[in-house]
Design a protein around this ligand. Structure first.
Ligand code: AGP
Length: 614
């Protein structure tokens, strides 16, 4: 998704905007721009370019006069195209006709066409194809000497979602930012303020931040910050101290953030377990759920809602709640859930799973669940994210920032948290203390299990390179390996651009097997688990069609060798744990296929790290 950075203070505003935008590159974008102010100027200076930050810097070098003392305030943006191609003219910031006002915007203005027609009829001149440009003209039209009042009046006319930052030559040193449905974070310092769409752009200058709520409008001049509502009354927002350092969003010697984050999984999982496992009672302590045992015992059904990789983690969670807690559980694709007028019975419990905590469809599912009286829990990684704040209860992954667009450590940590939750719910029902203790002990092994898979990296790399030229691939699995197969296919396709499909192993013969031949490898997670024999049968079906079969199998399980062409080995573990080591192996497989194919990996084409639009 798009990235916003705004600065007011006395430091090098251009440099701060560019370095802030660099921190947001991982979110995915295709054009960028800045708007700057120099004392005495009657017009803002805007520099925009299609392409990357490096192109923007070159344009700034070429277009900004050396001598010009840009100072006091500026705004910058990285755009992920929604309305209008990724061109220089469609890049943000967008300016008012008199060039006194500039705006950067994240989100989608659903009524922009109507607004644009009225503005043109009022004499405004539009330059871009974007929805965002209407905001710049609206602010100018509403401006009567007070920038905050003008922004407040302008956003009241908008339908849709927005996170914006606005500056004006009439208000040197002042930035006004507002949010509804698209995040805005305010970085606090004594003599400067940074606003951004993501805390990654702020944390190198301050860790004290405020996350705006929908409807908030912040006005900042240097270090003076005031937050007001849509009715222009002052509101108070608690500040948050960010608990990680800027070096955690550096690559740390790895070629890609994705590889770094794959290797961070043992530590990230360990963090997600720390202080939560109660081996004595055979249960787990998750205070953030704010649910008593009686609350949990009353829950008639679990509804899990998510998108993408988080959805596949939710599929594993469904099995957990049913297997350990005996609670019927549904996993819902969040976009489908929000429009289905879902049936939510009294005492139903929803779990929204989202690494970013900003995915628009998942956020909408949260709001639908709250509207229908469900208890809604959030499983998020980003502290202070919208889903975390609007659910008001749940569990943080504390996995550290996940920069690579392809989600890796978040999946492992989400599944770990879901297992913890299911044990907790289970112990209020038929899960015994002894079985609970056994499961808690197995969870405690997870960091070592994850580390053991990473030790197989070199072998996995060789196998990945062997199949890197394929144009199509299948991942098939049964039981807990079915979501693992789906996640493996998503990882491979989204970073290597190889067409890959995940399927239930039993489903292949109901059609897709028609696609198999010697050029279509089939990756089969088949750990030494109860339904292994059935999956072996499916492997034989694939080999009968000459497809190469790559098994992801348990260390020491020699039986499997006769049914595949290559084997990736993972540690022996209990069935409920198996999705994590298997998916870590799939992550490495996908990474090295993509690397062999010379792909971008951290910022795959067309993708964004957080999909904050429908
Ligand atoms: C996964 O690798 C993708 N980047 C994508 O499917 C992602 O999982 C999905 O957009 C959900 O994101 P969230 O967890 O932040 O809600």
């Amino acid at each position: 998704m798009c990235g916003i950075v705004g600065y007011t203070g006395q430091a090098d505003v251009g440099g701060i905007l560019v370095s802030g935008l660099r921190r947001l590159e991982y979110r995915g974008y295709d054009s960028a721009g800045v708007a700057l102010y120099a004392d005495g100027d009657s017009e803002l200076t805007v520099v925009k370019t299609s392409g990357k930050i490096v192109d923007l810097e070159a344009s700034m070098q070429a277009e900004l006069p050396e001598s010009k003392p840009f100072s006091s305030m500026g705004i910058g943006h990285t755009r992920w195209a929604t309305h209008g191609a990724p061109t220089q003219i469609n890049a943000h910031p967008h300016s008012s006709d008199n060039k006194e006002i500039a705006v950067v915007h994240n989100g989608i203005i659903e009524n922009y066409a109507d607004l644009k027609a009225h503005l043109i009829a009022d004499g405004c001149t539009f330059n871009s194809e974007t929805d965002s440009e209407v905001i710049a003209h609206l602010v100018q039209q509403c401006y009567q000497g007070d920038l905050r009042a003008a922004v407040t009046a302008a956003v009241k006319k908008l339908t849709g979602t927005y996170g914006i930052a606005v500056i004006s030559t009439k208000h040197p040193g002042t930035i006004v930012a507002a949010r509804s449905g698209s995040p805005i974070v305010v970085g606090l310092q004594d003599d400067e303020t940074i606003v951004a769409s993501d805390v990654s752009a702020i944390v190198s200058r301050t860790k004290q931040v405020i996350f705006l709520n929908d409807g908030d409008i912040v006005t900042a001049t240097g270090g003076d910050v005031e937050i007001t509502s849509m009715s222009s009354t002052t509101v108070t927002r608690e500040s948050t101290l960010i608990d990680w350092d800027v070096d955690e969003i550096e690559k740390g010697g790895y070629d890609h953030f994705m590889l770094k984050e794959i290797h961070e999984q043992p530590a990230a999982i360990a963090t997600g377990l720390r202080g939560r496992l109660d081996e004595t009672e055979g249960t787990v302590r998750l205070g953030g759920l704010r649910m008593t045992p009686m609350d949990m015992a009353r829950v008639p059904r679990m509804i899990l809602a998510a998108c993408g990789t988080s959805y596949y983690a939710g599929m594993v969670g469904k099995y957990y709640f049913e297997d350990f807690a005996g609670i019927p559980a549904d996993i819902q694709q969040a976009a489908e859930f929000r429009y289905r007028n879902p049936i939510i019975e009294p005492n139903a419990c929803m779990v929204a799973i989202s690494q970013s905590g900003e995915t628009a469809d998942t956020l909408a599912a949260v709001r639908e669940g709250l509207m229908k009286g469900a208890t809604v829990l959030g499983i998020c990684n980003v502290v202070g994210s919208t889903i975390a704040r609007e659910t008001g209860r749940g569990v943080y992954l504390h996995a550290g920032p996940e920069i690579g667009v392809a989600s890796t450590k978040a999946f492992s940590c989400q599944v770990t948290v879901l297992a913890e939750m299911a044990i907790m719910f289970g112990r209020t029902r038929r899960l015994s203390a002894s079985v609970g203790r056994e499961m808690v002990r197995e969870l405690a092994r997870l960091p070592d299990i994850a580390a053991a898979v990473l030790e197989r990296e070199a072998e996995i790399k060789v196998i990945a390179e062997k199949y890197a030229a394929a144009e199509d691939a299948f991942f098939i699995g049964r039981g807990y390996m079915f979501p693992a197969a789906l996640e493996g296919a998503l990882k491979l396709k989204e970073i290597s651009y190889m067409h890959a499909e995940g399927y239930h192993a039993a489903e292949l013969k109901h059609g897709p097997i028609a696609l198999l031949d010697e050029d279509v490898p089939v990756i089969v997670p088949v750990p030494d688990l109860p339904d292994k024999e059935k999956t072996i049968g499916n492997m034989q079906e694939c080999r009968a069609r000459k497809s190469p079969v790559i098994a992801i199998a348990t260390e020491g399980d020699k039986e499997i060798d006769a049914y595949c062409d290559d084997v990736i080995r993972v540690p022996r573990c209990q069935e409920f744990i198996a999705p994590i080591p298997v998916v870590i192996a799939e992550q490495l497989f996908a990474y090295y296929v993509a690397k062999a194919r010379g792909c971008e990996i951290d910022q795959p084409r067309n993708l964004a790290k957080s999909v904050t639009v429908e």
